[in-house]
Design a protein around this ligand. Structure first.
Ligand code: HXC
Ligand code: NAP
Length: 261
């Protein structure tokens, strides 16, 4: 453990995308540092299984709150369940996302809309509903999971790039409007992370092999490394961070090397 294991003691987090991958890792890390967590996603069975595994590995409580982040009423119900169960809400992590490789010339209207809806609208829906229900009156921390795709222009990723750019923009707007209410809003932009659904979709086969070598630290990131950034940013140690998106990518985006082109 990098941090003291009680730095989030007594806190409650709501983590979208927490059923798998990076956000499952974030949920587990928040729990290992003292928080109880609700995890959200569409697949109820996987969420339940993850929740039980995380309870076993951390000794804290994990509630599965299935919902589609594109549907405000489902989001509201999931947050209501979280509050009914835990009585508070201190940390909101927006990690739900969808992605695939597609050239702009062949991406369907609905394909573009779908990724924008999950990533960008989903982030707004969750922030807005959490604000109404709890954060406006009690303050808290919001962490929006972004990416570095839109810092340059990433081929075959017009949908995800636009969605993550929108998320970064919302991180700043929410920070501006909600800072005085004690709501600290930031983002994390991971680079390529080993062993994730994202990378298996974006770098199938030997594509990752070549790309990995271009990263200045000589490797892709690990889920636990992103989780540590999230624990830090959710904690009081990050009290002056507000409206910023922290890049955690081993310098990957600096080289501008695309995965495949
Ligand atoms: C082209 C595709 C496609 C593909 C779906 N579509 N997959 N188009 N190539 N591989 C199109 C469909 O044809 C459809 O358009 C539209 O997208 C919606 O598809 P549905 O399957 O109906 O959508 P839905 O069931 O809502 O599922 C959303 C999804 C799916 C994004 C398409 O893959 C999903 O649930 N993904 C969640 C997991 C995930 O993607 N994880 C990776 C996150 S990683 P038409 O026109 O046919 O109706 C990530 C990395 C960021 O974000 C950066 C890394 C460096
Ligand atoms: P992942 O395991 O596929 O995580 C995405 C999660 O989002 C899944 O648990 C999925 O659960 C959930 N989700 C998708 N659509 C949803 C919807 N409509 N409503 C509610 N939940 C939904 O992928 P990952 O690679 O770990 O990525 C996690 C986050 O990190 C994403 O925000 C991604 O953009 C970001 N990121 C990843 C990388 C990487 O290298 N992997 C790099 C940069 C950024 P259900 O299917 O159950 O809904």
């Amino acid at each position: 453990m990098v941090f003291r294991d009680d730095i989030l003691a007594g806190k409650v987090a709501f983590v979208t995308g927490g059923g798998s991958g990076i956000c499952r890792g974030i949920a587990e890390a928040l729990m290992k540092h003292g928080a109880n967590v609700a995890i959200a996603g569409r697949k109820a069975e996987r969420l339940e299984a993850t929740a039980r595994e995380l309870e076993t590995s951390t000794g804290k409580r994990c509630l599965a709150t299935p919902c589609d982040v594109r549907e405000p009423t489902e989001v509201e119900a999931a947050l209501d369940r979280t509050l009914a169960e835990f009585g508070r809400l201190d940390i909101v992590v927006n990690g739900a996302a969808g992605n695939f490789l597609a050239p702009a010339s062949q991406l369907s209207y609905n394909g573009f809309r779908t990724v924008m809806a999950i990533d960008a609208l989903g982030t707004f829906n969750v922030c807005r509903a959490a604000f109404d229900r709890y954060l406006r009156d009690h303050g808290g921390v919001i962490l929006n999971i972004s990416a570095t795709l839109h810092y340059t222009a990433t081929p075959l990723q017009i949908h995800a790039s636009a969605a993550k750019a929108a998320i970064d923009s919302m991180t700043k707007s929410f920070a501006l409007e909600w800072g005085r209410l004690g709501i600290r809003v930031n983002g994390i932009a991971p680079g390529p992370i080993e062993g994730t659904e994202g990378m298996s979709r974006l770098a199938p086969g030997d594509v990752a092999e070549k790309h990995r070598a271009s990263v200045p630290i000589g490797r892709y990131g690990r889920i636990d490394e992103i989780a540590n950034v999230a624990v830090f940013m959710a904690s009081d140690a990050a009290s002056l961070l507000h409206g910023t998106t922290v890049v955690a990518d081993g310098g990957a985006w600096l080289t501008g090397t695309p995965l495949e082109w």
